[in-house]
Design a binder for this molecule. Structure first.
Ligand SMILES: [Zn+2]
Length: 505
């Protein structure tokens, strides 16, 4: 009996020792989980969003002093976590020329309405509109102050090759044109898109207005610094209620007019009988610099360490127009996800087999300049770039989404597996053909032949509006999105089968 008890004790003792020793020898999965739980928390991620959304960064306009501060913050974290500098000349930075227009306080817009003509003739009544709900300063506006007649000029397109001209039959010399974004083409057919492509660009619309002698422009489109600076031309953005106001008393409505242009492909331009006052105070710095920030974590497998997975997220936003827009979701949430994964992988006791490169991208809002410059001046060999995961607006809504398939269909496997294994959010996968105008850095990478997927959170948030602030961030989805990115990166970096990396032409 005694012997049995002794044996039993001995057995219990040794088996508990055995259990202890397996606890000390964590599996790789447990080591990755450990790093994830330590460094990817909603509180930490929200902290990054708050830091980058601070008004002292002045909306992170590419080439501006506020952006310089944001670059310093990202660079500081890369240094703190000992990421290997991946930019030019052993630094973290890849710099490129990026002229910058800054809009200053005091910029304003109002509309002048004629009162019925009495004995004294026409008197003009000024109507002010609230910022953001009514108007935004034009990011790349010239510096100046004008009051002039408003002429509605549809989409502001002159396309003789398509037998379409919004400026035909109207005179806009010395006047302000009222136009909107895009073109009358609603077809998604690649050929039709290609025909109208040049005319969808903000640059084309501004240049065309100036070419016809207009001195200013009211642009019904969301604000953004992606336009051409013309010192003699002022413009600002307006919202639909202002547009509707300007149509009052003309015998037409804005909605019906646009619908008519879409349906007939015939312009419907006319003099609105209103005037606008536009005052834009802007400074132009032709010598400003764009800055991509690159940091690398070396892969642990000597055979795979020369292959790379890139995580990219644009850091820039709209600047002051003329007030601050935080851009907390667009794209500080994504910068936070990038930082969360960078910290976790830099501190994890196990490292992925392939190398991971983190790129904080500049100039996305200003016409995708940072990603374009990178594709033209790649720091790492293109054929060694196994995958790019580009992040956009990772912090609002309840779901996750990924656009993939154009370059490497297999990337979807990793994204689905990462969600299925650890995250369990509703995941919307869409095959992304990018036949239209590129609107994300991911589209630029895909167009340049890189294997790339666009990752985002889906189902909430505001876009290019002051409501895109820290309060609008959902910390839980931001944490989920970051964990999803973390595991997808690890799975891709450790994958041995080449089948999943097959590229599509
Ligand atoms: Zn964005």
């Amino acid at each position: 009996m005694k012997k049995t008890i002794f044996l039993l004790f001995a057995l219990l003792f040794t088996s508990s020792l055995a259990a202890q020793s397996t606890n000390n020898e964590l599996t790789d999965e447990e080591k990755y989980l450990d790093a994830m739980h330590r460094y990817i928390t909603s509180g930490k991620l929200l902290g990054y969003v708050r830091q980058l959304s601070d008004s002292s960064l002045q909306g992170r306009l590419a080439g501006s002093p506020g952006m310089e501060k944001a670059v310093g913050i990202i660079k500081g974290y890369f240094e703190e976590w000992n990421l290997i500098p991946g930019g030019a000349n052993g630094s973290y930075l890849q710099e490129y020329p990026h002229p910058c227009v800054e809009i200053k306080a005091g910029s304003a817009m109002s509309v002048l309405f004629p009162t019925p003509a009495g004995k004294k003739g026409v008197a003009w009544v000024t109507k002010e509109y609230p910022w953001a709900d009514g108007w935004f300063a034009g990011n790349n506006s010239g510096n100046g102050e004008v009051t002039a007649d408003i002429v509605y000029a549809g989409f502001g397109v002159s396309a003789p090759e398509l037998d379409y001209d919004d400026y035909k039959g109207i005179n806009v010399k010395g006047k302000i044109v009222l136009i909107e974004g895009e073109t009358p083409n609603l077809s998604g057919h690649p050929d039709t898109i290609a025909m109208w492509y040049r005319h969808t660009l903000h640059q084309s619309k501004l240049a065309n207005a100036a070419l016809h002698g207009a001195i200013g422009m009211l642009y019904k489109w969301v604000p953004g610094p992606n336009a051409l600076y013309n010192p003699g031309f002022v413009y600002c953005h307006i919202t639909e209620p202002v547009m509707e106001d300007i149509f009052l008393g003309t015998g037409r409505t804005y909605k019906e007019t646009v619908k008519g242009i879409y349906e007939t492909k015939r312009p419907a331009s006319f003099d609105t009988g209103k005037k606008a006052y536009i005052k834009m105070i802007s400074t132009y710095n032709p010598d400003a610099t764009g800055k991509n920030i690159l940091g690398i974590i070396k892969g642990s497998d000597p055979n795979l360490t020369d292959e790379y997975i890139m995580i990219s997220a644009h850091l820039d936003h709209l600047g002051m127009i003329p007030w601050h827009i935080e851009g907390a979701n667009d794209n500080n949430a994504s910068s936070a996800a990038l930082l969360g994964v960078a910290e976790a992988l830099s501190k994890a006791v196990v490292k992925p087999k392939r190398s991971i490169v983190f790129m904080s991208v500049d100039g996305e809002e200003a016409g995708l300049t940072g990603s374009t410059f990178y594709t033209q001046h790649p720091v790492l060999p293109k054929e060694k770039m196994i995958a790019i995961l580009n992040l956009e607006q990772m912090g609002a809504g309840e779901m996750l989404g990924a656009g993939y398939g154009y370059t490497v269909p297999g990337l979807a496997t990793f994204l689905e597996k990462a969600n299925r294994s650890y995250v369990h959010r509703r995941l919307i996968m869409y095959e992304d053909t990018y036949r239209t105008r590129p609107r994300t850095d991911g589209a630029v990478f895909k167009k340049a032949g890189y294997p790339c997927a666009d990752l985002r959170a889906v189902g909430g948030g505001y876009y290019h509006h002051p409501k895109d602030n820290v309060e609008s961030i959902n910390p839980e989805i931001l944490q989920s999105a970051t964990e999803w990115l973390y595991w997808a990166t690890i799975f891709i970096a450790n994958e041995e089968s080449p089948d999943l990396f097959l590229r599509k032409e």
